[in-house]
Write a protein that binds this ligand. Structure first.
Ligand code: GDP
Ligand code: MN
Length: 434
């Protein structure tokens, strides 16, 4: 069994990775390794809508895309105090900074006019936090919510934990702050409950977590009830993570989810159509969206060898072997399963649109994929795009002889490779020659 510290550290790391690049592969570039992370990630206001639909307590709120809308929302809320929150897919907003000069992505005020003024300095500007790239992320929407007094902030997350093969609830009475710091400095303040996915959450587990979080008396039952509701939500919507920080308590004796971050298992898209339809993709790179239009998955990296592969496993193997041979991948494009010739053409167009690309390595293993279709796509793309960079091709599997004939008789300067190692060596050499 892993220790609570290990769990907490892992949870923290997982949360951080998911927060950093929600729909991308996170790149551990020093090691040359790639970790697939392609989970749908919703904005706070979307997560809170799901929560409130499932009986989880959140504040009343509106969403605004302009300062005027924000002002109107603040008036309509008619609240004693208002909290204005920039909506981006990263945490640490409270301590973030906008390139408009405004400090803080979360503001409290009693005056609706101030909401309008602050929103003016948020919408359309980039917000940089500890979890975003340096230049920040553009804010398109703000959440205007009824502010509540907070007497205590705790941390609560439910996540799928690989080392337990199932869900784990992680909590700490020390919330609001960076949970990784708590895990590092006060590991004894991190509590966890492993849930048996078949038996579900037990009352005793919810109560114990509530107690560990420091909820006393009637608040304990309320918190336990909220935890159970969050767990049911987690299961029902196929989440990989539900994180609430702060999971707080008000002086009036209410347990409230003040922040929300939910990630989803992309494999469940077929049965969570309504949720996946909420994905606005506005924080994706334009090239990722372009790739998605053709059912391709594009991942940008920082080297100079473009990789064209089928399957995430082969993508990682290809990147590894390029690194091992002293090269660096510029990106990779995953073709997936059923392939059309036109997709291959689009793939080449995308790969070569990146000015960093100095060579292209095609590594396709044709199990379901027919290699001849790939070969035809490649020759067509080479001709029509007037390919200027060296192209190394390794094809293997179904119809490979036919495919090799097509490439050879094309008369195009395509370097064939007999296996992955050979392909990587040739691609790295072609870049080194320049
Ligand atoms: P994050 O910084 O991106 O995690 O954004 P949060 O939603 O967690 O907000 C940051 C901090 O603002 C929280 O930890 C709270 O301390 C504070 N905050 C957020 N909402 C409220 C509210 O309704 N009332 C009060 N008093 N503080 C709030
Ligand atoms: Mn938070």
């Amino acid at each position: 069994m892993a220790s609570p510290v290990a769990i907490a550290a892992q949870a923290g790391k997982l949360l951080r990775e998911q927060a950093l690049r929600p729909r991308l592969l996170a790149v551990r570039s020093q090691a040359g390794h790639l970790t697939p992370r392609r989970w749908l990630n919703l904005q706070e206001y979307q997560s809170k809508k799901l929560m409130s639909e499932h009986g989880v307590r959140v504040q009343r709120f509106f969403v605004a895309s302009t300062a005027k809308e924000a002002l109107e929302a603040a008036k309509r809320l008619n609240a004693k105090e208002i909290v204005l929150k920039a909506q981006i897919l990263a945490g640490g907003r409270g301590k973030g900074v906008f390139n408009s000069g405004l400090k803080g992505g979360v503001h409290l005020t009693k005056d609706p006019k101030v909401v309008g003024q602050l929103a003016q300095q948020m919408i359309g500007y980039n917000l940089a936090t500890k979890q975003t790239p340096k230049e920040g992320v553009k804010v398109n929407k703000v959440m205007v919510a009824e502010a509540l007094d907070i007497s205590r902030e705790t941390y609560l997350a439910i996540l799928m934990d690989r080392s337990y093969n199932g869900p784990v609830i992680v909590g700490s009475p020390q919330g609001g702050v960076d949970i990784e710091e708590v895990a590092a400095n006060n590991p004894e303040l991190i509590f966890k409950e492993q849930i048996d996915i078949f038996e579900g959450i037990k009352d005793s587990q919810a109560q114990r977590m509530a107690e560990n979080l420091g909820f006393l008396g009637p608040l304990k039952h309320q918190a336990a009830d909220q935890i159970k509701k969050l767990y049911h939500l987690f299961l029902k919507i196929d989440a990989t993570q539900v994180e609430v920080n702060p999971f707080g308590e008000t002086p009036e004796g209410q347990v409230v989810c003040f922040d929300a971050k939910i990630n989803f298992d992309d494999n469940a898209e077929f049965r969570q159509k309504d949720i996946f339809a909420m994905d606005d993709k506005s924080e994706n790179e334009p090239i990722e969206n372009e790739a998605a239009r053709y059912d391709l998955k594009y991942i940008g990296l920082d080297g100079n060898i473009a990789c064209f592969v089928n399957g995430a496993g082969l993508a990682m193997a290809t990147c590894d072997i390029i690194f091992l041979n002293g090269g660096r991948p510029a990106n990779f494009l995953d073709l997936g399963g059923g392939v059309k010739e036109s997709q291959v053409y689009q793939a080449f167009k995308l790969l070569t649109s990146d000015p960093k690309v100095e060579a292209i390595l095609v590594n396709i293993f044709g199990g379901i994929v027919n290699c001849a279709i790939i070969a035809n796509g490649i020759t067509k793309a080479c001709r029509e795009l007037e390919l200027k960079v060296p192209l190394v091709v390794r094809l293997e599997g179904t119809n490979v002889q036919e495919a090799q004939k097509i490439l050879k008789s094309s008369g195009l300067p395509i370097t064939p490779a007999k296996d992955l190692e050979d392909a990587a060596k040739k691609a790295v050499a072609s870049v080194a020659k320049k």
